[in-house]
Design a protein around this ligand. Structure first.
Ligand code: C2O
Ligand code: CU
Ligand code: CU
Length: 487
């Protein structure tokens, strides 16, 4: 017990107090410590596939007047059941863990008023959204404790599986880890005209990892990719989902800070990918593996009609990042038959071919790196510099297109690359054209150690200052972020 108490106090001193001086978090941990000293049992995770996977709670607008949907959200700390029978402290949008979902339509504006009931600043960011700088949720453009602010999302962009999450600098990684993320599904006429599985057969699934202490509380330590070994699907550890023997559409979101998912059905069964970060692909393709680096999304269709009722199929995460065994993401339990009028058309949308994109006005080279010599306080860099507010690292001319060649200069550490404001096209990876999973519109792109990608983006929507960064959020909090100005 003495050792446990020391360990907890140590954790608070190095991470809790250093990064998030959450006065709200301290008393509860003290109470828990006291309970442990009284001899309480350590909390155990449930056996895999014993907890039901919930649906993401859909936020309801308080007004749909004036051609827009208006929402109100309170950002607050609550306790929620992640492990059965245990109340875990989480940071939430309106009390929801897993984070809620906003369903929006292209051409119809959404506003969200965020009231900050935490004792720390917040900055809600719509990831993948084309929004004005004052609505982007930049790292320094924060909402103070007790304050409120309305964010406006014009939704002048095509269908896409977006998401929103906190971006308050130096706290974004811990805030997101503790729960501040939600889904934002934008649909349009193109998508609605397709006979894809819809309604109860279209299910967003937010994936992430977590580390729990012996009291079932979330442990946050910087760069703790080895410790976060519990996989959560829609906020529950390795849950099961009952499905009918027909086609389903799953919008998979990787909301982890550091974990790269490599998903596969245990029987190697076919998965049809139909979309990625920036919405539908031009054409579906069939695969047995879906890769998602942090913040990436994959829109997939799985046809369970190939399985007899009674079949149970595990969605696994293949070994990597310290794990040697496949992880249990969730299990699909085929429990009934159902009619299926849905289908996956051969053409889902049209996108300009990459060789016909507007000529770039400028080509830039960007290099990501971080200390990998094992030092205690590793630093992250963009082009050798840690992020600094107000320092404009790249200036882009409004209305032009650019090619960014982005390299991960590390020997071992994987990164990825995310730009605010735009959806880009990935022209090449390692000098060759990318595969079908990366052929659509993207806002985040994987960069394994030593890799280089070439991106094409057009900056014709808003002027102003935005950031680009590694979306392994512990890395962006270490400084792997920079600013660009469109003018
Ligand atoms: Cu998910 Cu800077 O964003
Ligand atoms: Cu973003
Ligand atoms: Cu990184």
């Amino acid at each position: 017990m003495v050792t446990r108490r020391r360990m907890l106090v140590g954790t608070l001193a190095t991470t809790g107090a250093g990064l998030i001086t959450g006065a709200g978090l301290l008393p509860a941990l003290r109470t828990d410590t006291a309970q442990a000293a009284d001899g309480a049992e350590a909390v155990a995770l449930p056996a895999p596939f014993t907890v039901k996977m919930p649906q993401l709670p859909v936020l309801t607008p308080y007004s749909t007047q004036g051609g827009q949907d208006a929402y109100r959200v309170t950002v607050k700390e609550v306790t929620r059941e992640i492990i059965p029978g245990v109340q875990t402290k989480v940071l939430t949008y309106d009390g929801h863990f897993p984070g809620p979902i906003v369903r929006a339509r292209s051409g119809r504006q959404v506003t969200i008023r965020h009231r900050n009931a935490l004792d720390m600043p917040i900055s809600p960011h719509l990831h993948g959204g084309s929004v004005a700088p004052e609505n982007d949720g930049g790292p320094m453009d924060t909402v103070a404790p007790g304050a409120a602010r309305t964010y406006t999302y014009p939704n002048q962009q095509p269908n896409a599986t977006l998401w929103f999450h906190d971006h308050a600098h130096h706290m974004e990684s811990e805030h997101v880890y503790r729960g501040l993320s939600g889904a934002y599904v934008l649909t349009d006429e193109t998508e609605r005209a397709l006979p894809l599985p819809s309604g109860q057969y279209e299910i967003p699934i937010a994936l992430r990892d977590a580390r729990f202490d012996e009291f079932g509380q979330l442990v946050y330590q910087m760069d703790d990719f080895r410790g976060r070994t519990t996989l959560l699907a829609n906020g529950r550890p390795s849950p099961y989902l009952e499905v009918a023997a027909r086609k389903y559409r799953f919008r998979l979101l990787n909301t982890s800070n550091l974990r790269f998912f490599k998903l596969r059905l245990a029987d190697g069964g076919q998965i049809v990918q139909i979309g990625s970060d920036g919405g539908l692909l031009e054409r579906p393709f069939t695969t047995d593996t879906i890769k998602l680096s942090p913040a990436e999304r994959a829109d997939v269709v799985i046809d369970f009609s190939r399985y007899p009722v009674g079949t149970k199929i595990v969605l696994q995460n293949l070994p990597g990042a310290g794990a040697t065994e496949p992880g249990n993401v969730l299990r699909f339990d085929v429990v009934r038959t159902a009619p299926d009028p849905s289908s996956v058309p051969d053409v889902l949308r049209t996108l300009p071919p990459v060789d016909s994109l507007p000529k770039p006005a400028v080509e830039r080279k960007i290099v990501l790196s971080m200390d990998e010599d094992g030092r205690a306080e590793a630093r992250g860099f963009m082009d050798g510099l840690q992020w600094e507010p107000g320092r404009i690292d790249q200036t882009v001319t409004f209305g032009t297109s650019e090619i960014w060649t982005v390299t991960n200069a590390n020997q071992r550490i994987p990164h990825n690359f995310h730009m605010h404001l735009v959806q880009f096209r990935v022209l090449e990876r390692g000098g060759v054209p990318v595969g079908p999973a990366e052929a659509g519109l993207k806002d985040t792109v994987e960069l394994m150690a030593g890799e280089t990608v070439k991106l094409h983006a057009t900056f014709d929507s808003y002027r102003g200052d935005y950031v680009y960064h590694c979306h392994l959020l512990d890395h962006s909090a270490m400084g792997m972020m920079a600013n660009f100005r469109v003018r």
